[in-house]
Design a protein around this ligand. Structure first.
Ligand code: ASP
Length: 734
């Protein structure tokens, strides 16, 4: 019976599909949506897209760092991705004197390309469906935990033997698809020397800033250039000045031909996370708990940080990365809730569920799934309190700078406590001093304090007693009742619930720390450990952590296991219920292909959006008073002279961005957008505001991905920056 179910499932997993929707696994393209792609205009064979026997497009597409996609565009390992994907590396190389973020960076020659410790480029070597090796090993009637243990053990055996087979030069993982109804093995190779080659100024690469983010019409030149370096055998190696440019199996040819409405486009990349198959209860949970809570907390942080960016170039460099990260999610979730409401996604899901429930009651096949939806209802209700606490913990504590700082300090002090030699102790002592100095150098305490005040207020007032650390109550009470003389002695804001923390912690108000550090030696550490490890900031951080470890995490994991098992069943059930539909697995940061056509859209009554934008729109948005809209002088000159070189469209204008209905999500940032011949026409970087809810419900008629026109990137590299050596590496198809 189980075998039979497996067979039915695997034949259903990849049957008939919806038009243009889907994040398709390249391994199975041939069997399923390929015909549709051809019908829309694709001119390639499946083997030209994905092949294990010879080089194919998949060899030109990489995971860039931990959460983006990028692609190879030259035989010398040159890589293009989004500016927002390279953002933190660009900021890391910037100083007030050499502000590459504001002014851009172009390496004049290869030896000027800048190394980025920690940045990796990962290639997919191949994928293999291993479902039949995993699922049959599972006995009947086991708990979700036992199931996971068996799957982990079986996976480990397979992984070990495949890794051994390749002599450990590849990384091997096995990942669940369709909520554990299918398992795919993924074999990859990771390069560790990836250098910054070029980035436009922020006023091009992040033009429009957070105001334009997630919006159409868009005019952002969202790209940056990197290069992969390898050892002399063309293999991965740690950074070394002796490394040489990587010679890829495949790189993308770049089309200068442009596109028109209705043209076929295809995106290859690494979409991160979608939940297209969750029930209405899951949508309700996101719509009414998760999104509003995260939005509220992030809004409070942004209220402090956004204006601070304009205080000085130094502060902008300190906080730019953080603002980008916080604002990206905040704005997306705002769009998501709006879209879910306007497009009545809940109602649509509920209508579907009515029909589904009938099927479970009436059809013999459906009986097994009877009661599934009410089980979901119960779990979402039961987990409400702990889920809320988890969001507060993550957004208001865990990701807040002073608590990250506290965790770093705690780790060092713990090691100091058990150091075996004076030498080891002194190394740690130096590290402690460096950590404190670096925190003070890269943050402004009045900004940190203002944020912490708001975070404490939220946390204290919005959550039940069981989640409130005793030290938080102490800090808030003492802040409110601080003796006047002490309050007046401090030189920053004298009110707020974290005032006591910022004045009493020796790691924040560091006047007392230097004295201790001077005297501190391994022998008399115990004398000072109370002042150091018992510091109010560290104590508070420890208490928050233990609340998370003891009261939040175990409960949440308990519910998550229940949801995992329901999700697996519900996925199976939907596939049986809608036998004639093509199912694609939710995104899980593995290589996918989505396809569609170039088209504008109508966001609301009487409004129609064109499918591309031009440089004229950049000039229209120019505003010298706003950092994000200050169009560089050189760009204005090129526009005045219409000096676009071979990069102008046949209509004579310089196209900047375009939209299409390729199904994409976060992680697809930096993905290549390819034409029917597989040539690069754009770099995917965003989605439209009205449909950021596409992670939960994708509507091909309304959802649009936003891409940078590759010709605009080339124009900036060539005409704006004069980096001709880079253009010469590429293959441009006229
Ligand atoms: N702009 C998005 C990101 O930051 C890309 C997307 O979600 O479409 O990942």
């Amino acid at each position: 019976m189980r075998k039979l179910l497996l067979i039915i499932l695997s034949s259903l997993l990849w049957s008939i599909s919806f038009a243009d929707e889907g994040l398709w696994v390249p391994l199975f393209l041939k069997n399923y949506v390929f015909g549709k792609m051809q019908a829309l205009g694709l001119k390639l064979t499946p083997e030209q897209i994905y092949s294990v026997n010879h080089s194919s497009l998949k060899d030109a597409v990489i995971i860039f760092g931990g959460g983006c996609t990028a692609e190879l565009i030259s035989p010398m390992g040159l890589v293009i991705t989004n500016h927002h994907c390279g953002y933190s590396f660009i900021v890391n190389h910037s100083t007030v004197a050499h502000d590459y973020l504001t002014n851009g960076f172009w390496a004049a020659k290869m030896s000027d390309e800048l190394p980025n410790p920690g940045l990796t480029a990962t290639f997919l070597i191949y994928m293999e469906d291993v479902t039949n090796k995993i699922l049959p090993s599972l006995p009947q009637n086991i708990t979700e935990e036992q199931r996971q243990q068996i799957i982990d053990a079986t996976s480990k055996r397979i992984i070990d033997s495949v890794a051994r087979h390749w002599n450990y030069k590849y990384d091997v993982q096995i990942r669940p698809f369709f909520y554990g109804n299918q398992y795919i093995m993924i074999v990859t190779q990771t390069f560790k020397d990836v250098r910054l080659v070029g980035a436009p100024p922020s006023a091009i690469g992040k033009f429009g800033g957070e105001t334009d983010n997630w919006m159409w019409p868009r005019h952002t030149g969202d790209f940056s250039l990197f290069r992969i370096y390898a050892n002399r055998y063309n293999e991965p190696a740690n950074y070394s000045p002796n490394n040489i440019p990587y010679r890829p199996k495949e790189f993308l040819k770049i089309s200068l031909k442009g596109y028109k409405k209705g043209d076929f486009t295809m995106v290859m990349g690494y979409p991160g996370y979608t939940q297209e198959y969750i029930p209405s209860y899951g949508i309700n949970y996101i719509l009414n708990l998760v999104d509003p809570t995260r939005i509220k907390i992030r809004q409070a942080k942004l209220d402090v940080l956004m204006p601070a960016l304009n205080q000085s170039p130094a502060i902008r460099l300190m906080y730019a990365k953080q603002v980008s990260r916080i604002a990206n999610g905040w704005k997306k979730w705002k769009g998501e809730t709006k879209g879910l409401r306007t497009l009545a996604v809940l109602k649509e899901k509920r209508d579907f569920e009515q029909r589904f429930i009938k099927w479970t009651q009436q059809s013999p096949q459906g009986q097994k799934y009877n009661g599934l939806l009410s089980a979901y209802n119960q779990i979402y209700k039961q987990m409400d309190t702990v889920a809320r606490a988890n969001i507060y913990f993550y957004e208001a504590v865990y990701t807040t700078n002073i608590f990250r700082y506290a965790s770093r300090l705690t780790k060092i002090l713990k090691k100091m406590d058990t150091a075996k030699s004076e030498k080891a102790f002194n190394t740690l002592k130096n590290r402690l001093t460096k950590t404190v100095n670096s925190f003070l150098e890269h943050h402004r305490l009045y900004i940190e304090k203002t944020i912490t005040d708001r975070m404490f207020d939220f946390y204290y007032h919005d959550l039940g007693k069981q989640f409130i650390p005793a030290s938080l109550i102490l800090v808030i009470n003492k802040s409110n009742n601080l003796p006047k003389c002490l309050a007046q002695a401090q030189n920053f804001l004298r009110t707020g619930s974290s005032f006591y923390l910022f004045t009493s912690s020796i790691f924040l108000n560091t006047s007392g720390l230097a004295k201790i550090m001077k005297k501190l030696s391994m022998r008399d550490y115990p004398k000072y450990s109370h002042d150091l490890e018992g510091d109010i900031l560290l104590r508070l951080n420890n208490e928050f952590s233990s609340i998370y470890i003891n009261r939040i995490y175990p409960k949440l994991s308990f519910y998550q296991l229940k949801l995992d098992s329901l999700n697996r069943l519900y996925m199976q059930a939907q596939m049986l219920f809608e036998k004639n539909k093509h199912f694609y697995p939710d995104a899980n940061f593995t290589l996918r292909i989505s396809y569609g056509t170039i088209s504008g859209y109508s966001p609301r009554d009487a409004v129609q959006y064109n499918y591309f934008t031009t440089l004229k729109g950049v000039i229209e948005k120019d505003d010298p008073d706003i950092y994000d809209y200050r169009v560089p002088k050189r760009l204005k000159e090129l526009y005045e002279k219409k000096d676009y070189g071979p990069y102008a469209d046949s209509d004579g204008t310089m196209h900047v961005c375009f939209i299409a209905n390729n199904h994409t999500t976060g992680g697809n940032s930096g993905s290549p957008v390819l034409n029917a011949e597989g040539q690069l026409i754009g770099i995917n970087f965003d989605r439209t505001w009205e449909t950021t809810m596409s992670d939960l419900k994708y509507l091909p008629s309304r959802c649009r991905n936003i891409s940078l026109d590759i010709r605009y990137a080339l124009f900036i590299i060539d005409k704006y920056a004069g980096a001709h050596r880079l253009i010469h590496e590429m293959v441009l198809v006229k």
